[in-house]
Design a protein around this ligand. Structure first.
Ligand SMILES: Cc1cc2nc3c(=O)[nH]c(=O)nc-3n(C[C@H](O)[C@H](O)[C@H](O)COP(=O)(O)OP(=O)(O)OC[C@H]3O[C@@H](n4cnc5c(N)ncnc54)[C@H](O)[C@@H]3O)c2cc1C
Length: 293
């Protein structure tokens, strides 16, 4: 189908984009990679009267470490993560995540900022950002504010961004030594959204004590889910097979899946259990520099 008619603006600066958002209010939508918004418009599930394309605004695509954070510019493409040595060597959980998003053609256009701002519980970055305790920086008419990703998602396709705000940057605390992460996804076929997926980021101390843990779940609820009870169970404990089993069971209880074409509630809960077990083991192995426990 062809999208409904819309007006198109292509501002060259962020203040220009913000004033366009103010002028057009709820009638306007930001256009980034377009790979979520345009399909929705073609299906007539969204019909914004105005599109504000931010692709001409400079300096919104970058990956850099500064002030204790990995900063990711909102317009950074998934393929930038695929091709970044920094990401591939130091942030394997982000490399895992980008690699399972759609296909290379989509990844050439789709942006990390758009993946979060869209608020789709099926998208892959939200769970990873929840596991990594990330925050997003947003710019509005009154300046910038930071929103922890754990407070970003209100419901399906609904976020705490105001309609006159633009997500400009994602900030991830640089993990300390002996940290590791992993993102594991089950999809029906390559390029599909997850039947379920699990992100784990952890830091271990002496004797495999879990010093820091983050667990995020994809597409098993109305929003991306932070598995808080599973995290609490692991924090401060020696990581062994028994506690991994318990944490995986708890994460599967925290999931709120619905039955759909990707499977039954029971199947999705069992995927969360299996994927949490595997992601914890892989993250731990990475935290230990590739050594087996
Ligand atoms: C065939 C196909 C398969 C896909 N498979 C997957 C998959 O497996 N996993 C996955 O995670 N994703 C998948 N996607 C989605 C893809 O990754 C999206 O492109 C991405 O989720 C949204 O990013 P975008 O830059 O394209 O955003 P757009 O489509 O441009 O925008 C999406 C929404 O976010 C808003 N927005 C975008 N950027 C900003 C910003 N900086 N500030 C404020 N609001 C903003 C827009 O207004 C819009 O409402 C798939 C897409 C396609 C077409």
């Amino acid at each position: 189908m062809i999208p409904p008619r819309f007006d198109y603006f292509s501002p060259g600066t962020l203040p220009e984009a913000i004033s366009l958002l103010q002028r057009h209010g709820d009638d306007a939508k930001i256009l980034a990679g377009g790979h979520s918004l345009i399909p929705l418009m073609k299906l007539r599930f969204a019909s914004p009267a105005v599109l504000i394309d931010i692709n001409r605004i400079p300096d919104l695509a970058y990956l850099r470490e500064s002030n204790g954070y990995l900063a990711i510019g909102a317009l950074t493409r998934e393929s930038d993560l695929d091709h970044s040595e920094l990401i591939q060597t130091k942030y394997p959980i982000l490399a895992d995540t980008a690699a399972v998003i759609a296909d290379p053609l989509v990844r050439n256009m789709a942006t990390v900022g758009g993946n979060l701002a869209h608020g789709d519980p099926a998208n892959d970055h939200p769970a990873t950002m929840l596991a990594m305790d990330a925050e997003v920086v947003v710019l509005g008419p009154n300046g910038t504010r930071a929103i922890p990703v754990k407070n970003l998602f209100n419901g399906p396709l609904s976020t705490s961004l105001n309609s006159d705000e633009i997500l400009t940057e994602i900030r991830i605390p640089i993990p300390p030594l002996h940290s590791g992460g992993a993102y594991l996804k089950i999809e029906r076929k390559v390029g599909d959204f997850a039947a379920a997926a699990v992100a784990v980021q952890l830091t271990v101390g002496k004797g495999n004590i879990c010093e820091r843990i983050g667990i995020g779940l994809t597409n098993v609820g109305p929003t991306p889910i932070k598995a808080i009870r599973a995290e609490q169970l692991l924090r401060g404990q020696t990581i062994n097979d028994q506690i991994i089993r318990q944490a995986a069971e708890t994460a599967s209880e925290e999931a709120q899946p619905s039955a759909d074409q990707r499977g039954s509630v029971e199947y999705k809960r069992s995927l969360v259990r299996v994927l949490t077990t595997r992601a914890l083991n892989r993250a731990l192995q990475r935290a230990m520099g590739g050594k087996e426990r």
